[in-house]
Design a protein around this ligand. Structure first.
Ligand SMILES: [Fe+2]
Length: 233
C-alpha cells in the first residue's frame, strides 16, 4: 500500500467503509434472526434498513469525490462478523445470548464510528464539504444505534435482575436465574460438558464431522469422559 496524498487516504477509508457496510447487509438479517428479544430484533432490522441507505450515501460520497467505491475488503469487519457468527451459533440461555449479540453489534458500531469519524475529518480538511457532511450524517446514525444498543443492554439486564429472588447472588443477573428456566441437558451431556470445561476440549467439531455408518459422533469419547468424570467425583 502506498499513500501519496490525504485524498488517497480518504479514498481508502471510503472504500473500506463501503466494504464494511456491504458485509453488514448480509450479517444483520442473521443477527436479527438470532435475537430473542423483540426489541433487539427490531433494532437489528431497523439498522439493516438504515445500512441500505448508508451504502447509497457512500455512493454519493464517491460520486462527489470522483472515486470508485469498490476495490477493497474491510478485513476488520470480516473479523467482527466472524465473531458475531460465533455468537449467532451459540446455545444456552436466550437472555445471555441476546447480551452477547448486543456486544457483537456494538463492536461493529464502534469500528464504524471510528472509521466514519476519521473519514469525515479528512474530507473536511480537504475542503470536501459535501462528502464531509454525508459522512457526518452516517456517523450520527451509527452513534445513535450504539446508544440504542446500550439502552437495550441496560433495560434487558435490569429486567432480568428484577425478576430475581431477593436473596439471589448479586453481580450476574443472568447467571443467578433459576436453573428451571434453562433447557437442561441430560445427565450424559452434562458429564461431557463438565469434562470439556476441565480439559478445554470442544465437542462441536466432532458433532459436525462425518462418521462411519451406525456410529454416533463422539460416542466413544463420551463413554471415556463419563468414566473420567465419575472417577473424579
Ligand atoms: Fe453502518
Amino acid at each position: 500500500m502506498k499513500f501519496n496524498s490525504l485524498h488517497e487516504v480518504l479514498t481508502d477509508y471510503v472504500r473500506d467503509l463501503y466494504s464494511a457496510e456491504s458485509q453488514l447487509l448480509k450479517a444483520l438479517p442473521r443477527m436479527a434472526k438470532a435475537a430473542t428479544s423483540p426489541d433487539l430484533r427490531a433494532a437489528f432490522t431497523e439498522h439493516l434498513e438504515q445500512t441500505h441507505r448508508q451504502v447509497k450515501r457512500l455512493d454519493r460520497v464517491c460520486a462527489d469525490l470522483g472515486i470508485k467505491p469498490r476495490g477493497k475488503t474491510c478485513r476488520a469487519m470480516k473479523g467482527l462478523i466472524e465473531e458475531g457468527q460465533e455468537v449467532i451459533s451459540s446455545t444456552g440461555d436466550p437472555a445471555a445470548k441476546d447480551a452477547a449479540l448486543i456486544g457483537a453489534a456494538q463492536k461493529v458500531e464502534h469500528y464504524e464510528i471510528a472509521a466514519y469519524g476519521t473519514a469525515k475529518t479528512f474530507a473536511r480538511v480537504l475542503g470536501e464539504l459535501t462528502a464531509a457532511d454525508l459522512l457526518r450524517e452516517t456517523l450520527d446514525e451509527e452513534k445513535a444505534t450504539d446508544e440504542r444498543l446500550t439502552a437495550l443492554a441496560e433495560s434487558g439486564l435490569n429486567q432480568e435482575a428484577a425478576e430475581e429472588e431477593v436473596d439471589a447472588p448479586r453481580g450476574d443477573p443472568l447467571a443467578a436465574r433459576t436453573t428451571e428456566e434453562f433447557d437442561e441437558p441430560d445427565e450424559d451431556e452434562e458429564d461431557v460438558e463438565e469434562t470439556e470445561m476441565r480439559t478445554g476440549e470442544d465437542d462441536d467439531s466432532d458433532a459436525a464431522a462425518p462418521t462411519p455408518r451406525g456410529e454416533t459422533p463422539g460416542k466413544t469419547r463420551r463413554r471415556v469422559d463419563k468414566t473420567v468424570t465419575r472417577r473424579g467425583r
